[in-house]
Design a protein around this ligand. Structure first.
Ligand code: ZN
Length: 74
């Protein structure tokens, strides 16, 4: 079953995408040093990495909802 790229949600397309965990983590550390509390997470919709201001649980739920599997955590 192939994933249709046009199905990627707006919330995903509008976010800055990082190609690797390393790139996303480096940027997150940089931002956290400036007092911006963000966390990198891998997006199940596009396979890339995004940054979020929210809790890891909220991020996971958003990711699962995006692929029609969630919410998983309450
Ligand atoms: Zn994405």
């Amino acid at each position: 079953m192939r994933r249709n790229m046009t199905k990627i949600k707006k919330s995903c397309r509008d976010k800055k995408r990082y190609a690797s965990r390393e790139a996303a983590t480096r940027r997150a550390i940089e931002l956290n040093r400036k007092g911006v509390r963000v966390k990198p997470y891998q997006c199940p919709a596009c396979g890339g990495w995004h940054m979020t201001h929210r809790s890891p649980m909220a991020v996971l739920n958003e990711a699962f909802i995006e692929v029609g599997m969630g919410p998983v955590y309450v």
